[in-house]
Design a protein around this ligand. Structure first.
Ligand SMILES: CC(C)(COP(=O)(O)OP(=O)(O)OC[C@H]1O[C@@H](n2cnc3c(N)ncnc32)[C@H](O)[C@@H]1OP(=O)(O)O)[C@@H](O)C(=O)NCCC(=O)NCCS
Length: 415
């Protein structure tokens, strides 16, 4: 005879249930970003070797992390074949010399790959499944041009699920201009000049030195060392942008000057439970507050950060006015302005991308999310008057992702 339900439930021994834990971003690093293509500095460098450099550097900077206690290595890549294949989180962990007992996996959410690697392992930490994890991303767009090997189901178009323009990111940016006629080319060019200027000022004052892990490079003329980004054009002004071609639509708005480029690079960061960071004496760069992803029409994927941010703010019980610093990925200037206009933020607001963005430094797709986070953690260190910041990005095929962070250095003040 079966025991009464209550007695059976009472007598069964239960495992400990995981309780949500505070998750911290310890530190992030990145390789300098190269220009994709035969002349780029990583033309003869493998994508997985870029990831290895990042992992090694994180461990070198934080010798208090016992490698055998790393519970997960999540590495994103949009194209997961060749030197970005073979479950790159696992293969790069092995190549980096982590103990074989440390597992890893590969992850893909196009441009938000590294961001999703962070949210995935953070959820595992919060749940109690991990104490320490490495998350990052890589894209060698020289070895893997955008769209390599993809085979979109014909029904996307035949069944009118999406317009063909949804498959070309630059075309989706032109579509955004159609949707928001107030975002003129003059405005996107002005924003792009500002991004270049802010990047140049930050680079000149050594602001990126802490982020970079130098990479040995190979070319036909011998060995070299990559120590800085290859893409920036510090002399950019409105005049130099005005005559550029519009490759995605004749007489369009989107040019090589107001879009992110095609780049090679890798990023990585360490995330832990706050209790683990305390136990090991690790620095705390940021506390995770919350995150959200949201879908939008694929034809205007650039607007994705708007609903993602609204959702993340709502879940966190915060408003846009609580946010003191923004790191927005600059896939296209028009998409940044769509976000800023929506929230009533001026396009030259000093809280937004204070050290420039992807229009200047480049956007190796799946790696960029952790660049934004690393940058925000550096801003937090310089701005104890700021309590909350957010990282946000648009994502191919119509999505946006937003992660909200709290400044551990907050000492009260503005926001
Ligand atoms: C826009 C895009 C097509 C341009 O590619 P490209 O033609 O290889 O770019 P280049 O760097 O060669 O620049 C093209 C021209 O613009 C010029 N240029 C680029 N940026 C400039 C700037 N800031 N100031 C002045 N000139 C600039 C270059 O000098 C070059 O001139 P040239 O043709 O006389 O040599 C490419 O960068 C792209 O597709 N970007 C978007 C990437 C993307 O979709 N990412 C995913 C987002 S979701």
């Amino acid at each position: 005879m079966a025991a009464p339900a209550s007695a059976s439930a009472d007598s069964r021994s239960r495992p400990n249930r995981a309780a949500a834990r505070d998750v911290v971003f310890v530190d992030g690093v990145r390789t300098p970003f190269g220009k994709a293509g035969d002349k780029g500095m990583y033309a003869q460098t493998r994508a997985d070797d870029l990831v290895v450099k990042v992992i090694r550097e994180l461990l070198r900077r934080h010798p208090d992390i016992p490698p055998e206690r790393i519970d997960e290595v999540a590495v994103a890549a949009t194209t997961q074949i060749g030197d970005q294949g073979l479950t790159i989180g696992r293969s790069a962990a092995l190549l980096a010399g982590l103990p074989k007992s440390v597992p890893g996996f590969a992850i893909d959410r196009m441009c938000a790959g590294a961001m999703t690697a962070v949210t995935a392992v953070s959820s595992g930490i919060s749940f109690g499944a991990y104490d320490i994890a490495i998350a990052g991303g890589v894209e060698h767009m020289g070895n893997h041009p955008m769209g390599e090997g993809v085979d979109p189901n014909p029904r996307f178009v035949s069944d009118n699920l999406v317009d063909t323009s949804a498959l070309v990111m630059g075309s989706t940016a032109e579509n955004l201009h159609d949707r928001f006629p107030d975002i003129t080319k003059d405005r996107t060019d002005a924003y792009s000049v500002l991004s270049q200027q802010r990047y140049a000022a930050a680079a000149q004052s050594g602001r990126f030195d802490l982020d970079f892990v130098p990479v040995a490079t190979r070319s036909d003329s011998g060995w070299g060392l990559a120590t800085e980004d290859e893409q920036p054009r510090p002399g950019t002004d409105l005049d130099s942008l005005s005559g550029l071609k519009t490759p995605f639509r004749s007489h369009g708005h989107v040019t090589p000057g107001n879009a992110a480029g095609l780049n090679d690079g890798a990023t990585g960061c360490v995330l832990t439970g706050a209790d683990t960071a305390e136990e090991l004496g690790l620095p705390v760069g940021m506390h995770l507050v919350g995150y959200s992803f949201a879908g939008v029409e694929p034809e205007v994927m650039g607007v994705g950060p708007v609903p993602a941010t609204e959702k993340a703010l709502h879940r966190a019980g915060l408003s846009i006015d609580d946010i003191g610093l923004f790191e927005i990925n600059e896939a296209f200037a028009v998409q940044v302005l769509a976000f800023l206009d929506h929230f009533g933020i001026a396009q030259d607001d000093p809280r937004v991308n204070p050290w420039g963005g992807a229009i200047a430094c480049g956007h190796p797709l799946a790696s960029s999310g952790v660049r934004l986070m690393t940058q925000l953690s550096r801003h937090f260190a310089e701005h104890p008057e700021v309590r909350y910041g957010l990282t946000t990005m648009c994502i191919g095929f119509g999505m946006g992702g937003t992660v909200i962070w709290e400044n551990p250095n907050y000492r009260g003040g503005d926001r």
